[in-house]
Design a protein around this ligand. Structure first.
Ligand SMILES: Cc1cc2nc3c(=O)[nH]c(=O)nc-3n(C[C@H](O)[C@H](O)[C@H](O)COP(=O)(O)OP(=O)(O)OC[C@H]3O[C@@H](n4cnc5c(N)ncnc54)[C@H](O)[C@@H]3O)c2cc1C
Length: 443
């Protein structure tokens, strides 16, 4: 992508004293590991590495003074590649990665936006606490928590944003704000689900959950091509205990398809773990393999995942939420799988605690769906193939999750932020960032 383009050799102004040693230009040895994101290579004019909120303010002022495009980055895992650019400035929060238990009794944790979820899990484990975030330890707190957070414990805990109690931000004009239910409630509403493009989130206060070891199972089934296996999965998830969260990955199996089911049970009670997983053994044509064990949460969202993002994974991704799987929508998912040979597909359970939250409580409005289907095709140039393969499923989709969408156009915005939600998001983006300093999508 941006790899062959020359970096804009922009003449940058003098660095403010606060940022000395924290401005990484093209000739800096740190530049190579900081210029790109996970999914694409870029050549920004400079990457700024603030270590505190006043330094974020200084970085934003410096970036604005240059008159160059600005990108904000936490973990660099964003699928749309919005956290870097060619020829502009990147404010990279990776040095702001502190994780602090503010109050063990109320389980309140302050997490800086540049922390990775593997580090968060590792830091909280000795306290017997965890935050359900996503499935990968290298994903950043800032990007995931401004979009939603569909994790391994999502049916039990809800989305990550459902437990955010306060957010500290730097706005486009350089002012710092603490938003919570009582202060700046509009901003607090928008930042939980549509936070990218509103300001620079410096830290979140999040209510963690008590968590010891969890049940972890892998079940491999032969799946029928009609989609009955997926429909039975959906029927079971509609009544399953909330401790159970699952992800089904269709995979080639001989001339047919296998369903690889990863099941996580938010409990160390082995009787509950076994009984929650047992019905999954019967949803396929034939059971091919099964393993079940107790494991620490840190084995799933692991600090061993940590790595620099250097544009190593060229990919195009889309997704859709579904209220439940009917015979037709399950068959359509199997058709998508058949049409995408070089791909990664995931059918994730949502529902449970996610749907306890009213649809207008946050900018993530999807509070009645039970399933989230994510399709990634490799490499990024396969967008047309992805769209063709996706077309049988499109009529069944009811909304989408912004963080699993790599093409942030007005159509994907409308799926992520339907109706009045989208209108309110656009109004607030214009109110808090009237000059479009953080513009990353429709306004
Ligand atoms: C391998 C992989 C696994 C994933 N698994 C899951 C999963 O299980 N569950 C899930 O919910 N999601 C998952 N995701 C999606 C993930 O939530 C998004 O890609 C998320 O945006 C990544 O956050 P980041 O901080 O690493 O990204 P970045 O690339 O740094 O940022 C992504 C976007 O958020 C904005 N942003 C970042 N930080 C801030 C900030 N501090 N303030 C304001 N805006 C900011 C950026 O400008 C950019 O637009 C996964 C992605 C990948 C690549």
């Amino acid at each position: 992508m941006g790899a062959r383009r020359p970096a804009a050799r922009a003449r940058l102004g003098a660095a403010p004293e606060q940022l000395l040693g924290k401005i990484v230009r093209v000739d800096d040895p740190r530049y190579e590991s900081l210029r790109s994101t996970y999914t694409a290579r870029f050549r920004p004019a400079a990457v700024l590495l603030p270590e505190s909120t006043p330094e974020v303010v200084a970085a934003l002022r410096f970036a604005r003074d240059q008159g160059l495009p600005l990108a904000v980055r936490s973990g660099g895992h964003g699928l749309a590649g919005n956290s870097s650019n060619n020829g502009g400035i990147v404010v990279d929060l990776s040095a702001m990665n502190r994780v602090e238990v503010l109050d063990r009794t109320s389980r309140l944790v302050r997490v800086e936006a540049g922390a990775r979820w593997g580090t968060v899990a590792q830091t909280l484990a000795p306290y017997g606490l965890a935050i359900s975030s996503g499935d990968h330890g290298n994903v950043g707190v800032g990007g995931l928590t401004t979009g939603g957070g569909v994790g391994w414990l999502v049916r039990h805990y809800g989305l990550t944003i459902d437990h955010v109690r306060a957010v500290e931000l730097v706005l486009a004009d350089g002012t710092t704000v603490r938003a919570d239910a009582a202060h700046e409630p509009d901003l607090f509403w928008a930042v939980r689900g549509a936070g990218a493009g509103l300001g620079i989130v410096v830290a979140f206060e999040i209510e963690a959950m008590e968590l010891g070891d969890i049940g972890y199972a892998q079940v491999v089934l032969e799946a029928d091509e009609r989609g009955d296996t997926l429909r039975r999965w959906s029927e079971y998830l509609a009544v399953a205990p909330r401790e159970l969260t699952t992800v089904v990955t269709p995979a080639p199996y001989g001339t047919g398809t296998a369903a690889v089911v990863t099941a996580v049970v938010a409990s160390s009670d082995t009787t509950l773990v076994r009984s929650a997983v047992a019905p999954l053994l019967r949803i396929g044509v034939r059971l091919l393999d099964q393993r079940i064990q107790l494991a620490p949460y840190t084995a799933l969202v692991s600090a061993a995942h940590l790595h620099p993002n250097i544009g190593q994974q060229s990919v195009v991704t889309t997704n859709g939420l579904l209220p439940t799987l009917t015979a037709d929508s399950a068959a359509a998912i199997m058709a998508v799988a058949a049409g995408l040979p070089r791909s990664m597909l995931q059918l994730r359970s949502v529902g449970g605690a996610v749907n306890d939250v009213p649809p207008d409580a946050t900018a993530y409005a999807h509070r009645h769906q039970q399933a989230l289907f994510v399709a990634s095709a490799f490499p990024a140039q396969q967008g047309a193939l992805l769209d063709t393969a996706w077309s049988p499923l499109a009529p069944h989709v009811d909304g989408a999750y912004v963080n699993f969408e790599s093409r942030p156009d007005s159509a994907s915005f409308a799926r992520a932020y339907p109706g009045g939600t989208g209108e309110r998001v656009l109004d607030l983006r214009n109110r808090y960032d009237p000059e479009g300093v953080f513009r990353t999508g429709p306004r």
